[in-house]
Design a protein around this ligand. Structure first.
Ligand code: FAD
Length: 294
């Protein structure tokens, strides 16, 4: 299929890109094109203007510091995945990126584009949500920061206004003694997941759980956050510090997710899967937290 006709813009500065977005009605930003181009070719989207931001300088940076990792709008998935400093500051990003599509797609697709695309089955929105990250938005009107909790509005719908561009995303670092894990189940490696989970477990100095939460993908219209304080208390009740038994977490998670049936899987299967994945991810995250302490 060929895409419907559109006006193509290739600004070389951010100001020009934002001016075009302000002037052009029904415009879309083109980043890696790994989601937008298929949508155009299948005629599922028909923007009047495409603003190709690939020539805009200064948007590819990946900056890691004590507070977290800031990923620029043109940083490709593969660049973020290979960034050793980002992996040290927030390992969950790389743990999730390994599951995004295939290497060829990761070489071109952008991490921020994945957030802006807001696919409920995508990995990075769940990661941003569970970490409590932010998206930095810019328009000709100014800049604003949008918390992950407010950013994902529905399937393929973000809080960005039509004249806004996401210029970066910020993934906060986790507190000390925190372990993370990302698990998903897909029909084939690289496919969008049937369900997946990003889990974080934080231990206190006595190796008791001080925080546990999970972000789920594929089980609702937006990433679903589940606080796991209750199953965490059960996991350590009557046990020596650092020896958690998360076997009750699966049932708790199944009560808190509300997936839908589609052509890929039934709601009941997704609910079951969410519990299995969460229990395994919590074990793995606990092991990672204990390794950090040692
Ligand atoms: P584009 O395709 O350029 O844009 C996607 C959407 O986001 C468009 O609406 C565009 O206007 C908007 N957008 C992009 N950047 C910005 C910005 N900076 N500001 C405002 N709006 C913006 N993704 C997964 O997460 N998991 C998978 O398992 C997965 N599997 C895939 C398998 C295949 C075969 C393919 C082709 C893609 C797959 N993807 C998957 C999608 C891939 O990760 C995309 O790269 C990503 O979703 C979008 O990034 P992009 O840079 O390519 O964005």
């Amino acid at each position: 299929m060929k895409p419907p006709p559109f006006h193509y813009h290739a600004p070389s500065t951010l100001d020009d890109a934002l001016a075009t977005l302000a002037e052009a009605a029904n415009a879309k930003v083109l980043a890696g094109g790994q989601s937008l181009i298929p949508l155009l070719n299948m005629r599922l989207a028909a923007p009047a203007h495409l603003v190709d931001v690939n020539r805009v300088a200064g948007l590819s940076a990946i900056e890691s510091g004590e507070r977290g990792v800031r990923v620029g709008a043109l940083a490709r998935h593969s660049a973020v995945e290979r960034d050793a400093r980002a992996a040290a500051v927030q390992p969950l990003i790389g743990q999730a990126l390994r599951h995004v599509a295939h290497p060829v797609i990761r070489n071109r697709g952008t991490a921020v584009g994945s957030l802006a695309h807001a696919d409920p089955a995508a990995e990075l929105p769940a990661v941003l949500a569970v970490l409590g990250g932010e998206v930095e938005a810019a328009s000709a009107r100014g800049r604003r920061t949008i918390a992950a909790a407010d950013f994902f509005a529905g399937p393929l719908e973000s809080a960005l206004d039509p004249d806004e561009m996401a210029v970066a995303a910020f993934f906060p670092a986790s507190p000390p003694r925190t372990g993370s894990a990302f698990l998903e189940a897909a029909r084939r490696h690289g496919d969008y997941a049937l369900a997946g989970v990003a889990a974080l477990v934080t231990l206190d100095e006595d190796l008791r759980v001080s925080g546990a939460r999970a972000g789920f993908l594929g089980v609702g219209p937006v990433p679903l956050l589940v606080d796991l304080a209750e199953p965490a208390a059960a996991a350590q009740a009557g046990r020596p510090p650092g020896t958690l038994d998360w076997s009750g977490a699966a049932a708790y998670v199944r009560e808190h997710v509300d997936p839908e049936t589609d052509i890929h899987a039934t709601a009941a299967y997704r609910r079951h899967l969410s519990g299995v994945l969460a229990e395994r991810a919590l074990h793995a995250a606990t092991t990672a937290a204990l390794q950090e302490v040692q």
